[in-house]
Every structure is written in structure tokens, then in C-alpha cells.
Design a protein around this ligand. Structure first.
Ligand SMILES: Cc1cc2nc3c(=O)[nH]c(=O)nc-3n(C[C@H](O)[C@H](O)[C@H](O)COP(=O)(O)OP(=O)(O)OC[C@H]3O[C@@H](n4cnc5c(N)ncnc54)[C@H](O)[C@@H]3O)c2cc1C
Length: 321
């Protein structure tokens, strides 16, 4: 088997998300790239896929409940069989990780979750990931004929292909069975139309505030906006009702792997660090130079967060953002 399959999931409708562009960038280095969509791609999307070197786009609609991993995975398995792919690369979200697990189970394939980089070694997929709260760098090799992996956001810089392609568009005849007893009872779609900040899970920069804010997140939000960043927080702040649960970073919240993570007024409990240790560069702002996050950080500023963050915003404005 050869080739790489990249399922586009729901982002085919609105254009490619940055995380998908990153996965396509990695996929290109492994072999010929086929994308899987569930609606017919627009001309703009096809052109964008071509600019990332995708040679083929398979489309197949999904029956309801389309969002169920057990349903979506069957389409991925059909696509793998149709074009004889050796590797399936997903972006990494709660949804895609579940689909990846179902896909690997159905294919009898090895599965790597949240890898930061992938390459082939003797035809086998090898992926690297941080484990145990970022204290270990691990490398895993998949020894099955087909390998499935999810790639953590911001693992690589998205790069268009040196030579754009014109992807072949093909219908995928997939027979998808909705598992018995799987029934969609209710669907609640979160309204992100008013969101002005990137999503926490995929943002390249995250500015988080902890209990040291004493509930005043204005300096945190101002810095986030100056940097085009997402806003995160700790569980304690969510429990205080200062920010909604969707903003929580950590073991029981969202796992983030931004290029830059700024933690202000956050002590750095293991539960929190477990969710952000994959960040490229960590900056801590704290009045306590012995706080664990300060000890872990690449850069630390010891001082009151409201004045440190305000100074940072002013400096960014002075330098044009
Ligand atoms: C089962 C379980 C799961 C958990 N899961 C999570 C999780 O997923 N995510 C998570 O975040 N937590 C989680 N927690 C909670 C976690 O253990 C910590 O309690 C929490 O992360 C601490 O939040 P904090 O850093 O905001 O607060 P604190 O630990 O109180 O730290 C506040 C920090 O602010 C500093 N500070 C105070 N004033 C200022 C100032 N003016 N300027 C700058 N710095 C200042 C202090 O020096 C201190 O370091 C979990 C706990 C349990 C038991």
C-alpha cells in the first residue's frame, strides 16, 4: 500500500482550517495525498487543496448521525480501501480522535494519538509525542500495514506545495451502516459565529489567566487580542465562575499545543501543566518566582500580572502589533 489519506471532516464546507493545512504539509512528505470530503468541494476549496499538493479528493455523504465516530469512520475505511492508503492522518480534536480510534479498530491498524511529527522509516510510520506532562519525548513506530495518526495542532508550519496540483475529484461509493441502537436524540450546535478569537485547541498563541487575576481577565484578554491569541484559564477560575468551562486548559479541560503559551497568575499544578506541556515556548507571569509554571517556563516575568500584561500590550502596539 502507498499514499496518505487526510479526512477533511466538517471543515470542507468553510475552507481549510490551519490545523488541516498543517496535516496536509506533513502528509505530502509521506506520499501521494488523497483528501476525503463529505460534501462536494467548492472550486476555491479544490484550488486550496491543490495548493497543498493534494492529488485526489474523494467525496461521500454521511448518513445521520453523521457526527457519530462509528459512522464517519466507515467512510474513512472505504476510502483507505479504494485508494490503497498506507497512512491515515487526522487533525487532532475530541471528534477526530474518536473517529481515528474507530478507523484503526476497523482496519486493525496501529494508532498514534497527538503526534507532533511523523515520518516513514522502512515503510513504517513513526511519530513523536510528548508524554507524562511533557517530561518525556517518546517516539512510536506503527508495525501494522496501515497506520492511523492524529497530529497535534501547531506541530509544523503549514507550507503550500512547491508545485501545486489539480486534484482529481471522485465519488466514493461507500456503504455505511448506522450501527443498530445508535440514534440521534438531540443535537446542540455551539454558535461560534460571533467568535473573534481563534479556537483554544488550535490557536498558535494562548494567553491564560489563573487565580492571580482575581477574576479580572481584562489584561489577559487585551494581550490575547493584541497577539491574535485564544484565551485560556485554570479549573479554579472556571469553578469561581470567572470564565466558561470551554476556556479551561488542563488534564480535565482542553489540551493545547500552541507555539507560545503565556500563563499569567497560574501556579502550574500538574493538572494544568498536563494540558499545555506540549507548547513550543512557555512564558510565565507570576509574583512568585518559585511557582512551578515559572520553573517550567522558557521565559518568566516576576511581577504583578496586571502591570506586566499592560506593558506587553503597550510594547506590542508601539511595534505595530
Ligand atoms: C481531579 C482534578 C483535576 C483537575 N484538572 C485541572 C485542569 O484540567 N486544569 C487546571 O487548570 N486545573 C485542574 N485542577 C486544579 C489544579 O489542581 C489547580 O488547583 C489549579 O490549576 C490552580 O489554578 P491557578 O493556578 O489558577 O490557582 P493557584 O494555584 O491559586 O495559583 C495562583 C497563582 O497566581 C499567582 N499570583 C497571585 N497574584 C498574582 C498577581 N497579582 N500577579 C501575578 N501572579 C499572581 C500566585 O503566586 C499563584 O502562583 C484539577 C484538580 C483536580 C483535583
Amino acid at each position: 500500500m502507498t499514499g496518505v489519506l487526510v479526512p477533511l471532516g466538517s471543515d470542507a464546507a468553510a475552507g481549510l482550517r490551519p490545523a488541516t493545512r498543517e496535516v496536509l504539509t506533513l502528509a505530502r512528505d509521506l506520499g501521494e495525498v488523497t483528501a476525503l470530503a463529505h460534501t462536494t468541494p467548492t472550486a476555491d476549496l479544490l484550488a486550496e487543496l491543490g495548493s497543498y499538493g493534494v492529488t485526489r479528493v474523494l467525496t461521500t455523504p454521511l448518513p445521520e448521525p453523521a457526527s457519530a465516530a462509528a459512522v464517519a469512520a466507515q467512510a474513512v475505511v472505504s476510502a483507505v480501501t479504494e485508494v490503497s492508503c498506507a497512512v491515515v492522518l487526522f487533525t487532532s480534536s475530541f471528534t477526530t480522535k474518536e473517529i481515528a480510534a474507530h478507523t484503526a479498530h476497523r482496519l486493525g491498524a496501529g494508532l498514534l494519538i497527538d503526534v507532533g511529527g511523523v515520518h516513514l522509516d522502512g515503510g513504517r510510520l513513526v511519530g513523536g509525542k510528548r508524554a507524562f506532562g511533557g517530561t518525556w519525548e517518546t517516539v512510536c513506530e506503527v508495525r501494522t500495514e496501515v497506520a492511523v495518526a492524529t497530529v497535534t495542532p501547531n506541530a509544523v508550519m503549514a507550507r503550500p506545495a512547491p508545485q501545486p496540483t489539480v486534484p482529481e475529484l471522485r465519488d466514493l461509493p461507500a456503504e455505511i451502516e448506522v450501527p443498530p441502537r445508535l440514534e440521534l436524540l438531540e443535537r446542540t450546535v455551539a454558535d461560534h459565529s460571533g467568535d473573534t478569537r481563534p479556537s483554544l485547541a488550535e490557536a498558535a498563541i494562548v494567553v491564560s489567566g489563573g487565580r492571580g487575576t482575581f477574576g479580572d481577565f481584562e489584561p489577559v484578554e487585551e494581550l490575547a487580542d493584541a497577539l491574535g491569541a485564544a484565551v485560556g484559564t485554570t479549573r479554579d477560575c472556571v469553578e469561581e465562575g470567572w470564565l466558561p468551562p470551554e476556556a479551561m486548559v488542563g488534564q480535565t479541560g482542553t489540551t493545547v499545543a500552541p507555539r507560545v503559551y503565556i500563563g499569567a497568575g497560574i501556579s502550574g499544578a500538574p493538572h494544568h501543566i498536563g494540558g499545555m506541556a506540549g507548547a513550543g515556548t512557555v512564558v510565565a507571569v507570576n509574583i512568585d518566582d518559585e511557582a512551578p509554571l515559572v520553573q517550567l517556563a522558557d521565559f518568566a516575568v516576576i511581577g504583578d500580572l496586571s502591570s506586566v500584561l499592560a506593558d506587553a500590550v503597550e510594547a506590542l502596539r508601539e511595534h505595530g502589533g
